[in-house]
Design a protein around this ligand. Structure first.
Ligand code: DC
Length: 388
């Protein structure tokens, strides 16, 4: 789960906690202190002048003080948090749709918080004035804000539910996979290919193959067998087994270097080609990421993307990843490793790293993951639509 989603669920949990506090702590307290007027704004939806007067008159001074103190504080924080939860939820569910739709959905949730605030402000004015001198306009205004608040709340919840259902239907039946449809994604190390490929595969329900893993597995096997020379590496490529692709040391710096070394050998590449081509043409569509997918493995891919970024940006990303997984390495070392692999991958005679002529280049240096994914998804959706 990405950091963004973790923070989102934390916000959802915090919102539920504040709601729990409102119900469990504030509710009974107001009920006691105001002789039955619990949860003022829940029960007074659309209240009349007389009803508001009755409630306010029933409040003891302690009840009013509590209502204006901790209760009002919680009752202001909760709608603000709920509006954030609803707004961000709608925003993300619409992340590949036009900005105007995302803004619209988020603003509906914000409307709920705004009218709750206005309603609370009106209640404060009522409670700080004398209940028997309340003006009819003040009560009517507060009542209107209550109605509007519930209207926006209902609308925000409805939008969220509709979006969730629409997304579930889309996932189940949408983007009916073409019988054969290949998304070829190439680019240098740590440019964001892997992340983009995984999201695209999930979104469009295509199978996904990280072809770098094949070379990493061959590299690791070759190291164990004595070296990354052509003969050893080719023998290990032929002996590759499915279990080799799930080893947990395939992302280590040693495996990265070994992968890049074995990848220069023609025999290794020829051994792996058939498997990759078969994978690419499987029924239901496939996303493959690597260095030569658009140029050598699938020159006829329906859509080719070349994902790139500056070496410095890529090194910083890989460095953060390695540190998060406990590998002790400096940024300079990672940069040197990235540049060495780039040079080897670009300058080798066999299937060098190069953008296919018909590939769309996406430079992710200054893009967020979300922006890069959205750009790639739009291109795949276009290609699918062209394909009909
Ligand atoms: O994508 P990656 O970093 O996991 O790839 C590891 C190495 O494998 C990379 O340095 C070059 C090589 N490779 C390749 O030559 N062709 C591919 N299609 C994929 C990876």
């Amino acid at each position: 789960m990405s950091l963004g989603w973790k923070l989102y669920w934390l916000l959802v949990a915090a919102t539920l906690a504040v709601y729990g506090a409102l119900v469990l702590w504030v509710g009974p307290k107001i009920a006691d202190l105001s002789s039955g007027g619990a949860a003022f704004d829940y029960f007074m939806l659309g209240y009349s002048h007389a009803e508001a007067k009755e409630f306010l008159a029933a409040l003891t001074p302690e009840g009013a003080a509590f209502y204006l103190g901790p209760a009002m504080w919680l009752d202001t924080v909760f709608p603000a948090m709920l509006a954030l939860v609803l707004g961000i939820g709608c925003w993300w569910l619409l992340c590949e749709r036009p900005l105007i739709l995302r803004l619209g959905a988020a603003l509906i949730a914000a409307g709920y918080a705004l009218f709750d605030y206005l309603e609370n402000a009106a209640i404060v004015r009522m409670l700080t004035s004398q209940a028997d001198t309340l003006s009819a306009e003040l009560v009517a205004g507060a009542s209107r804000f209550t109605v509007l608040k519930f209207f926006f709340f209902d609308a925000a919840i409805t939008v969220l539910i509709v979006l969730l259902i629409a997304r579930a239907i889309w996932r189940l039946f949408g983007a009916a996979p073409a019988v054969q449809f290949t998304v070829a994604i190439d680019g240098p190390a740590a440019a964001g290919k892997g992340t983009i490929s995984r999201v695209l595969a999930k979104e469009f329900r295509f199978a996904y193959l990280d072809t770098g893993l094949l070379y990493r597995a061959v590299g690791v096997r070759a190291l164990a067998a004595g070296g990354t020379d052509a003969a050893t590496a080719e023998a290990e490529a032929r002996a590759l087994e499915p279990g080799d692709l799930t080893r947990d040391d395939l992302r280590s710096p040693e495996a990265s270097a070994a992968a890049s070394e074995v990848a220069v050998h023609e025999g290794v590449r020829a051994t792996l080609i058939e498997f990759q081509r078969k994978f690419a043409r499987r029924d239901g569509g496939a996303v493959l990421d690597g260095r030569d997918i658009g140029t050598v493995i699938c020159p006829d891919a329906e859509i080719k993307l070349f994902i790139t970024a500056t070496p410095e940006v890529r090194a910083a990303r890989r460095h953060a990843e390695l540190q998060a997984s406990g590998v002790d390495i400096t940024l300079d070392e990672v940069l040197a490793d990235v540049e060495a692999r780039d040079a080897r991958d670009r300058n080798r005679a066999e299937a060098p790293l190069v953008a296919a002529e018909d590939a769309v280049v996406i430079d992710t240096s200054s893009l967020s993951i979300k922006e890069a994914v959205a750009a790639a998804a739009a291109l795949v959706a276009e290609a699918l639509a062209r394909r009909g």
